[in-house]
Ligand binder design. Structure first.
Ligand SMILES: [Zn+2]
Length: 778
């Protein structure tokens, strides 16, 4: 994993509160309707023009086109603060000789609107005071869903006269009302949630109080800002072609919250107009991030990427689906495959291996000189063969975009020509290896040269060195390349993921079916569902790489796409992470394979519990056989967890994410290790914290046959009372049936239910793991 995410350039804050100006207003009213209930405040309906569908209402200032109303009609809730002057629904940033310039609806002398039908409003701005763009025209078309509280926002910018646009911000929803107990949920990788985003934003040290995320990188296109008791903003996009774009929330100068979607055209000096080939989606909802995920899932599960999902179409090899546990180890086979064989004997179920540092080059600075393996060809091949005989498969690490610029091959292969270029034309380099300080360059996925190079590396790894698959580091992101000689659109676009698809096709074309190849990738992303068999979602161990910040990991991606994807991985380790033997000796830890303090044992259990209840394939990082003796309790917990999961794959591998019933959980403060990728230190960084976390974890899954599985894990040292009830209607269950428990004693009936009333009361023993199965059958 690489912690650096290459961000697109975001403009500096150019927010200004509107000063009311006298614009010339031309009214073209094909139909005219004043939304009966004003959107809040003391306005009369006359100032605004509305569209509404009985669920959601939008209002725009008739003089200026500013967004004056966003209302959830069902819950009678206005999302905008009516004490603020309405804001422009768009912003346009140009690139010009003096840098950049931003305009919005305030800069237009002419505004007119029309309503071609009751659910559609067209807004047009012209005659911009921005002198260079006299004929510029901005047209926004906002269309409401027939039945749902959703609106679809389309924009086109016309008469550009060859002027370059850096970004078109649309929709822009300014003046979002503070609803008190607020949460912001964002699908950054798996997903994350923050309480009180306004307080956290205002505490940022930078002048610009903004959180911004790039998609892809976000695993899907839906953000939610809500107070679950009151109402929420559903901010999404229905781009099924995965164009690069940004989403942001920021505080403006009056401390009011603004949502923006940043559309990023590619660089084209001949362009006369720009219209993103998708629409922004703005909706309202009452509920929480799961409610928002359910709304998005309705759309996402109908897209090409779910229809072509490798997992859903059963193209993924059986050995992947049968994997009960991953061992993620590093270095030569003796340190990787031998411990995995030990684990397999103890578990008695299929174990697979996620293998780093197998390669001849040193990690993070000498890519892509992977072959031959560091232990030599013969040793490597015979070790893989021995492991395969035991039923253990191994996937090997190869970064899908980095090339060390100090390597011999960089010069010899003339790689610089095919490297990704920044807007200034320079090669995009980054130093990941803080020990050697040797940079790597990102290669351009849009070039055939790089696809050929990477496909030939996969060919070697699988066909020559007999690996069972390849883990493609830094996948599920897209990067804009500004090299005009590469044959792709210059700058942002959707060619990265398109070319990633071509790359995986090329890799698979060279590897025969009997090899049962799998391709895994870092992170997760909806657009990669047709290309990757497996997704590494390390957010499960967020505390180990990000410490204790305001963001908490949530299974947003799994909530939307679990039945279309297999996720795995964590940094869950009982040992101090290793140090590459090929790195500078002076930073190496004195004692390799040193045990982590027992203070962090509960963190290990927490990570395993999360991955179990959130439907991931379990993983242990840095496993060694002596741990089963020296950390028996933790290893026994993991073995138990993998065995119970193996009896519940109907839910935990194939099931659909459901909201869990309300279950009380005790909390406790415990130690948190902040050592993730490698040991070795160059300074005195803080490596431990204490944090308070739940001791009981739950996750609820619906099987294809509509049976319901409720996964429960206690990481407590004391017994935990589990008590909850719900109606069978909540989960499409029959009014009567049985509840079974699957735990280390096997499967047995726990209780039964009738009259739609499901009631569960039992005690989980310390560190117990179980699956409750609610079913009409036996
Ligand atoms: Zn390129």
């Amino acid at each position: 994993m690489k912690l650096k995410v290459n961000k697109l350039l975001i403009p500096t804050n150019k927010i200004k509160m509107k000063t009311h100006k006298a614009g010339i207003c031309y009214l073209f009213l094909l139909s005219f309707m004043i939304y009966a209930s004003s959107c809040g405040g003391n306005k009369t309906g006359d100032q605004n023009v509305y569209v509404e569908n009985g669920k959601i209402a939008l209002g725009f200032d008739k003089q200026t086109g500013s967004l004056s109303c966003l209302k959830d009609i069902t819950n009678s809730f206005s999302l905008l603060d009516t004490n603020l002057i309405p804001g422009s629904p768009w912003e346009l940033e140009f690139m010009n000789s003096s840098g950049t310039g931003i305009i919005n609806s305030d800069n237009a002398a002419k505004f007119r609107f029309s309503k071609p039908d009751p659910l559609t409003i067209i807004l047009k701005w012209k005659n911009f005071s921005y002198t260079e763009k006299k004929d510029l025209e901005v047209v926004a078309t906002i269309n409401l869903d027939k039945d749902k509280p959703l609106s679809f926002w389309k924009i086109s910018v016309n008469n550009l006269e060859g002027k370059s646009i850096k970004q078109v911000i649309f929709p822009r929803i300014a003046g979002l009302k503070d609803t008190g107990e607020e949460y912001l949920a964002v699908p950054q990788w798996m997903g994350q949630i923050m309480k009180d985003p306004r307080i956290n934003l205002s505490a940022l040290k930078s002048n610009v109080k903004r959180y911004s995320w790039t998609y892809p990188g976000l695993s899907l296109q839906c953000l939610a800002l809500y107070n679950s008791e009151k109402n929420g903003l559903y901010a999404a996009c229905n781009d099924s072609m995965a164009y690069i774009k940004n989403f942001s929330f920021s505080l403006d100068t009056l401390n009011s919250l603004v949502y923006r979607m940043h559309n990023l055209p590619s660089v084209d000096s001949l362009r006369t107009s720009y219209e993103p080939p998708y629409t922004g989606v703005i909706g309202t909802f009452k509920g929480d991030w799961i409610t928002a995920a359910e709304i998005y899932r309705e759309w996402g599960s109908q897209q090409r990427w779910t229809r072509e999902s490798r997992f859903k179409n059963q193209i993924t090899p059986d050995w992947l689906e049968n994997t009960a546990l991953w061992v993620w180890n590093r270095s030569k086979s003796g340190n990787v495959l031998v411990p995995a064989m030990d684990m397999k004997q103890r578990l008695g179920l299929p174990v697979s291996v996620f293998w780093h540092w197998w390669h001849g080059c040193s990690y993070d600075d000498e890519f892509p000189e992977y072959v031959p393996p560091r232990e030599g060809k013969e040793s490597f091949i015979s070790a893989v063969s021995a492991a395969n005989k035991e039923g253990i498969r191994a996937i090997v690490y190869m970064n899908q975009r980095l090339w060390g610029t100090t390597t011999e091959s960089w010069t010899k292969d003339n790689a610089a020509v095919y490297a990704l270029k920044n807007p200034d034309g320079k090669i995009n380099t980054h130093v990941y290896n803080i020990f050697s300080n040797r940079p790597t360059a990102s290669m351009c996925m849009g070039t055939q040269f790089w696809k050929d190079k990477y496909a030939s590396l996969c060919d070697s790894a699988v066909n020559t060195y007999t690996a069972n698959g390849v883990y493609m580091d830094q996948a599920c992101q897209a990067m804009p390349c500004y090299d005009p000689t590469h044959g792709h659109p210059v700058g942002p676009g959707n060619y990265w993921v398109e070319n990633f698809g071509k790359l995986t096709k090329q890799i698979r074309s060279k590897i025969t079916q009997d090899k049962q190849l799998i391709l895994a990738g870092e992170g997760c992303g909806e657009a990669w569902l047709p290309y990757l068999d497996l997704f590494l979602t390390l957010d499960i161990s967020k505390e180990r790489y990000a410490g204790l910040g305001p963001w908490r990991t949530i299974p947003f991606f799994q909530a939307v796409y679990h039945q279309y994807s297999i996720t795995y991985g964590n940094y869950s380790s009982l040992l101090v992470p290793p140090y590459d033997e090929l790195w500078p000796k002076e930073y190496a830890p004195k004692k390799p394979l040193e045990m982590l303090s027992k203070d962090f044992n509960q963190q290990f259990l927490m990570e395993q519990a999360r991955s179990f209840v959130w439907g991931m394939q379990p993983t242990i990082a840095n496993y060694q056989a002596f741990l089963s003796r020296d950390r028996k309790e933790e290893i026994d917990f993991l073995l138990n967890l993998a065995r119970i999961r193996n009896q519940a794959v109907k839910y935990l591998l194939y099931g659909k994410f459901m909201r869990s019933p309300q279950i009380e959980s005790p909390e406790k403060e415990f130690g948190i290790s902040r050592l993730s990728i490698y040991a070795g230190k160059t300074g005195n960084s803080v490596t431990a914290f204490r944090g308070t976390f739940p001791l009981l974890y739950s996750g609820t899954w619906q099987a294809d046959d509509k049976d319901l599985g409720i996964a429960l894990v206690s990481i407590s040292d004391d017994p935990v009372e589990v008590s909850f009830k719900f109606s069978s209607d909540d989960y499409e269950l029959p009014p009567a049936g049985k509840i079974f428990i699957i735990d280390k004693k096997g499967k047995r009936e726990l209780t039964s239910f009738s009259n739609k009333e499901i009631k569960v009361d039992f005690t989980l023993n310390p560190k117990d793991i179980c699956m409750l199965e609610v079913t009409s059958g036996n």
